[in-house]
Design a protein around this ligand. Structure first.
Ligand SMILES: *[C@@H]1O[C@H](CO)[C@@H](O)[C@H](O)[C@H]1NC(C)=O
Ligand SMILES: *[C@@H]1O[C@H](CO)[C@@H](O)[C@H](O)[C@H]1NC(C)=O
Ligand SMILES: *[C@@H]1O[C@H](CO)[C@@H](O)[C@H](O)[C@H]1NC(C)=O
Ligand SMILES: *[C@@H]1O[C@H](CO)[C@@H](O)[C@H](O)[C@H]1NC(C)=O
Length: 369
């Protein structure tokens, strides 16, 4: 039989062989997975785990969808309540909204520090996700974006072995998130809708597959709707510049030397064909989970009637809440009052009784004492 050293050597070879087999028979689901620990200055440089990777789109394995995860190293238990996926709006990718470090932390950092397992996705055509071919036709309609979002949710549910999770979107992302939640109410724990799209009374000129957005005039349009005496204080010093440099870091440059972002036209076609004609993209009555609708007072991009329209159409939900943050624009997540937004979202996600209390739920004796 084998001498002891031979036996050890053979065992090592067998173990290695089975490891290779295991790896080759079950390839890692994520592509280009990179994990690192990053300090969060606002929390005494405590570290969060940041994982950057791509997943494959369900309809086409050549389309890679960019995702990021942030969590505290001590977060090891996952439940429908502490897992959340965010999605961007029509023009800028998720990392320059949800994970932009301002004042020592991003929104993602803040949630991670409170024990959340927090993710973002860039749907196809946004951020570093695969850019679909320029066919001259509209690309990445809301329904396509919602399918990419669903691919990400299903991936996270497998990764954390949970049955449902929290769903969050901003601006166009509210339509992506709501379309997802109407397609998969059973996978949706709670729905956070920040500055929803709704019926609108104007159309926007558009053609082809991609549209260009330059920095020019961006600061002025950001501040539309803000009282003149508040325009200098609503964005803390230096924050706009950080947003601009990160957002346009990978921008293209045109013949005139002007930086521009090139993004899919699908959202604009949807605005013109659906929302302008008072046609909803999804069926709100399919929503059956708690919903938070939150917006800022001076949002001139998506007005309060849109938020209220969205809210009033939530006729089948067990619980809904409407919150307005004072002194903020469409971008309040990047402004001086962003903590009010973060706190309200967190409060909603942790509220215990999201079912309206029945008369018998009140312990009047306890209240009197
Ligand atoms: C996944 O969760 C189910 C139900 O909670 C549990 O029974 C199962 O053991 C878990 N699987 C893994 C691999 O943790
Ligand atoms: C976007 O800008 C590039 C570079 O100037 C140009 O080639 C392209 O035609 C522009 N696209 C649109 C839709 O204007
Ligand atoms: C919306 O969904 C509800 C519930 O599933 C259904 O009864 C209703 O017919 C749908 N409405 C439309 C316009 O599809
Ligand atoms: C849904 O919203 C539209 C437009 O805001 C409104 O006309 C309609 O009455 C709403 N439906 C319900 C059931 O609230």
């Amino acid at each position: 039989m084998f001498s002891r050293p031979q036996f050890v050597a053979l065992t090592v070879v067998l173990v290695l062989a089975s490891l290779v087999l295991a790896t080759s028979s079950k390839p890692r689901e994520e592509v280009n997975y990179v994990e690192k620990r990053v300090p969060v200055a606002a929390f005494n440089n405590e570290k969060v785990i940041q994982a950057d990777f791509f997943i494959r789109a369900q309809d086409d394995s050549n389309i890679l969808l960019q995702m990021r995860n942030k969590r505290k190293p001590s977060t090891k238990k996952y439940s429908p309540d502490n897992v959340v996926l965010f999605v961007h709006g029509a023009t800028y990718p998720s990392e320059t909204s949800y994970d932009l470090v301002l004042g020592g932390m991003s929104w993602m950092d803040f949630m991670a520090m409170q024990g959340y397992d927090t993710y973002f996705i860039n749907v196809r055509g946004y951020g570093d996700s695969t850019r679909p071919a320029n066919t001259g036709e509209p690309i990445v309609r809301t329904t396509t974006a919602a399918d990419d979002y669903a691919t990400a949710v299903k991936y996270i549910l497998r990764r954390r072995n949970i049955s449902k999770m929290n769903i969050m979107g901003w601006s166009w992302g509210t339509s992506i998130a709501t379309t997802f939640a109407t397609n998969y109410p059973e996978l949706t724990n709670r729905l956070v809708i920040y500055a929803p799209q709704w019926y609108r009374n104007f159309q926007t000129k558009v053609s082809g597959s991609y549209r260009n957005t330059t920095i020019e005039g961006r600061r002025a349009s950001w501040l539309t709707g803000v009282a003149a005496d508040k325009q200098n204080s609503i964005i803390p010093a230096g924050w706009y510049e950080i947003w601009e440099s990160v957002t346009f870091a990978k921008a293209l440059v045109n013949e005139k030397g002007v930086k521009y972002l090139s993004t899919p036209t699908g959202i604009v076609y949807d605005n013109n064909e659906y929302w302008f004609n008072s046609i909803n993209i999804y069926n709100s009555t399919k929503l059956n989970m708690p919903v938070l609708v939150i917006r800022a007072e001076w949002d001139a991009d998506l007005n309060i009637d849109m938020s209220l329209g969205y809210f009033k159409n939530l006729t089948q939900v067990p619980y809904k809440k409407f919150v307005q943050i004072p002194e903020g624009t469409h971008q309040v997540l990047l402004e001086k009052n962003r903590m009010a937004l973060f706190r309200e979202v967190q409060h909603f996600l942790t509220e215990e009784k999201t079912i309206p209390l029945a008369a018998t739920d009140y312990d009047l004796d306890a209240i009197r004492n």
